[in-house]
Design a protein around this ligand. Sequence first.
Ligand code: NAP
Length: 468
Amino acid sequence: MPGVPAAASPPPSAERPLRIAVIGAGPAGIYAADALTRQDDVPVAVDLVDRLPTPFGLVRHGIAPDHPKMRAIRDTLHRFLDHPLVRFVGNVDVGVDIPLDELRRHVDAVIYTYGASLDRQLDIEGEQLPGSLAATDLVAWYTGHPDCDRARVEAALAGVRSAVVIGVGNVALDVARVLSRTSEELEPTDMPQHVLDVLAAAPVEEVTVLGRRGPAQATFTTQELRELDGLADATVLVDPAELELDPLSEEHAAGDRNVSRNLAVLRGWADHTAAPGRVRLRLRFFRRPVRLLGTDRVTGIEVERTAVDGDGRAMGTGELEVLPADLVVRSVGYRGVPLPGLPVDERSGTVPNDTGRVLREGKVSPGEYVAGWIKRGPSGVVGHNKHDARETVAALLADVAEGTLRVGGPVGDLVDELVARGAEPVLLEDWRAIDAAEAALGATRGRARTTLHEREALMAAVRAAADR
Ligand code: NAP
């Protein structure tokens, strides 16, 4: 197996560098590639493999398009892709285009950084009704992810007046904000045109963001919260009674800067009143979803009032309330996708690991590493992945120093193998062709870029450039 030192295998050299496949070209993968190429102790060659023909993971298909400054981090990430020791290899689905074992035969080590892109379910009645979506579905749609279920999302959005978003994290705020924005606000973004058209046609009047616990337990950050009050045509509404805290939550708030700032912002909105013609953007707390109502599609959500107990848990009070809604979006976290051949802890949705070294049946698996959300779970902003990836790369380099990870003899080129298997890997120059095609499409409407949302369109841009 790769990574297991052959008795006489030499240490990595410029002629035979340590060959590493990083699986997932999102922020964690790119930061891992950067950390590998920033050091001089171990000569390396890095293949940055992604299922999509495009790099950047959640920077492209997660960060909300109306946050252009945050999305600009892709410019920094792009510079790391340009490094001569890094090769972007997109459009390769590991486990489908090539079995993991086979891929491992072509490199000395693998770092899994493919994230956590699946939604979490609520497991309540009515969750599968039309009009009920996961935030992951909606985010994939509005960022132009090629694998999104466009028909389902667009059917759910048709005619929507009243939406409920379950969860009080930053993703819930992204979704609520995008649904509450005017078409003029969204027009300059890189959202695909059909997304802009569908959102412009949805007659949204009310968006409710629902926390099962109190405002002191909400996980959104203050900057993102504050932004809700700056929308062109929406008024943020809170119920002052739901901002009252029990003594333990008050104590928790006093000791946590983010929470105390959130509370100050929320309390500052307590005197807001709904204005005719403006979207009502409500933040509700202490309400646990019980079931979604409706027969052919969602018509409402039944919630139970809660109180937070001494351990910070939401305890039902038995008091029920129905909120009318023709769209319900659950934004209750992400979980990792299983990769065939790789262990995933069912509960946490992460790959078992010890500071980045993959564990198989409790033992370190030589030559296998993990970084990013699939290592630590879906938390933190893009920048957290830098530290996380460095920790993993430090473990890998320590293994080389200790001789437990060495070059594993002659290996064939991964891209040659992929092509021989009928795959169509997208390399850096191909991605540049996609990049240019998106900029050109955006320019037709006076925008910096418009995302190409179909795999066929992405690959057509690659092939057109190759034919020139
Ligand atoms: P999150 O912060 O973990 O929020 C998940 C929310 O879902 C919590 O409010 C949680 O409430 C709620 N929830 C979970 N299970 C529930 C249930 N059964 N019923 C009702 N509510 C339930 O996750 P996220 O919003 O998906 O964000 C993921 C990460 O990405 C976070 O670190 C976030 O900061 C980051 N992110 C950052 C930005 C930004 O910086 N602008 C934007 C997007 C995402 P409990 O606390 O009660 O469990």
